[in-house]
Design a protein around this ligand. Structure first.
Ligand code: RAM
Length: 347
């Protein structure tokens, strides 16, 4: 398990994100601020487009990508919208196509809605790599998957079941309603709840959406608890949602009574694990995910791989990776954080 801590890089990411946010403000022009850009030789130029800016998860993935780009002698800038919506991502994709960047690395807010813009970019010779949240497979060159959907779903059910003793009402607080990653995990959890006798005592009573917005996720947590007085546990498969729900619970009468688990970053969740609001949660290392995406993007853009199943490439300290079916490259397994180990991580 490669859980490197990346403290100095995290600071670089904050600076990078802040300058990218400023760049994004005026945003419909076609940039021209991206250094050498183009593909007229020299170093590779890549753009990273997260679901939205201001999310520590994506700050960490961009920092990982940035470190990989530095190692490769490539240039990487981050751009992105304030809100996690597909419409807001389209203009950034158009800009990348106009700039003729070598690669675009994005976490997609919708599986289908970005495909026209991506197609334009690909026809302008931009390699398009999704990471974290995929588009439909035919729209992009590669998807860098953090962990299998089955593994992520199974882990979250295992944690909530353990925490509530296998019995009672549970609810899901998700990200945006059309996020491919969360929707795939939720679908798997629903199947598992229906089919796995281990979970016969769990009843999923509601799924709500906080849109990866802190306040909306906080408000949705409050509403869930009001609407379901017998609720025993919440699964939030989003780092924004779980942190907001933990903040709500930790100041409420439900602290220690309603369990909360899902996918969170150790730095955002530490306080709530230490004060007893949250027992355990899971994630992968977003820094490693960003780095792997940048190495894959460079391998494609350099022509080292074409993205066919069976192609393999080197990803620095992370080692060698192989392209699987449907152009998917898998980072690894989800990892569980709890009071015993959370002090070992800093991201
Ligand atoms: C949020 C985003 C991201 C997801 C993580 C777990 O930061 O929704 O896409 O992968 O949570």
């Amino acid at each position: 398990m490669k859980f490197h801590t990346r403290r100095p890089i995290a600071l670089a990411a904050i600076i990078l994100t802040a300058s990218a946010a400023l760049t994004a403000c005026g945003s419909d022009d076609d940039g021209g601020d991206s250094g050498s850009g183009g593909d007229g030789g020299g170093s590779l130029s890549m753009t990273m487009l997260p679901k939205n800016l201001g999310n520590p998860y994506f700050d960490t993935s961009t920092a990982g990508a940035q470190a990989a780009a530095e190692e490769l002698g490539a240039e990487l800038e981050e751009v992105g919208p304030e809100t996690a919506s597909p419409d807001a991502q389209v203009s950034y994709i158009n800009t990348v196509a106009q700039q003729g960047k070598d690669a675009l690395i994005l976490s997609a807010n919708d599986p289908e809605a970005l495909c026209d813009a991506i197609e334009e970019a690909r026809s302008a010779d931009v390699k398009v790599i999704t990471f974290d949240a995929d588009t439909n497979p035919e729209c992009r060159d590669l998807f860098i998957n953090q962990a299998t959907a089955e593994g992520i779903a199974a882990k979250q059910l295992e944690l909530i079941s353990e925490q509530i003793g296998g019995e009672g009402e549970i609810a899901i607080l998700s990200a945006a309603a059309n996020a491919t990653n969360q929707n795939a995990w939720i679908e798997m959890m629903e199947t598992e709840l229906a089919d796995n006798p281990d979970y016969a005592g769990l009843e999923l009573v509601d799924t709500v959406y906080g849109d990866d917005d802190d306040q909306k996720s906080f408000d949705q947590t409050e509403a869930l608890l009001q609407n379901h007085p017998d609720l025993k546990g919440i699964i939030s498969p989003t780092t924004v949602g779980i942190a907001a729900a933990a903040r709500y619970l930790s100041d409420s009468q439900y602290k220690g009574k309603v369990a909360l688990t899902g996918l969170g970053t150790p730095n955002q969740m530490r306080e709530y694990v230490e004060n007893g609001t949250v027992e355990s949660f899971a994630l992968w290392n977003p820094g490693d995910l960003g780095a792997l995406a940048a190495y894959a993007a460079a391998a494609l853009a350099n022509g080292d791989i074409s993205g066919e199943e069976g192609d393999s490439f080197e990803a620095g300290d992370l080692g060698e990776f192989e392209v699987g079916a449907d152009g998917v490259v898998l980072l690894g397994e989800p990892f569980t954080f709890d009071a015993e180990n959370i002090g070992d991580f800093d991201f």
